[in-house]
Design a protein around this ligand. Structure first.
Ligand SMILES: [Zn+2]
Length: 57
């Protein structure tokens, strides 16, 4: 199977300012792949490392 891991950064909603929606990054990310891989939210550095090594499988 061809792996196409995707890293999704986690964001958290902040209070809107003048009607603008604001988010901030939490420092965590989640790596998923069509093959069923799902790391859940883990530190971003670990998520990107997981994606990199997974793509080489
Ligand atoms: Zn995969």
């Amino acid at each position: 199977m061809k792996h196409k891991p995707n890293v999704q950064a986690e964001t958290r909603d902040l209070p809107p300012v003048e009607g603008w929606r604001r988010v901030e990054h939490t420092g965590r990310a989640r790596t998923t792949c069509p093959c069923g891989l799902d790391t859940q939210y883990i530190p971003t550095t670990q998520a990107t490392a997981a994606a990199r090594s997974h793509a080489q499988q």
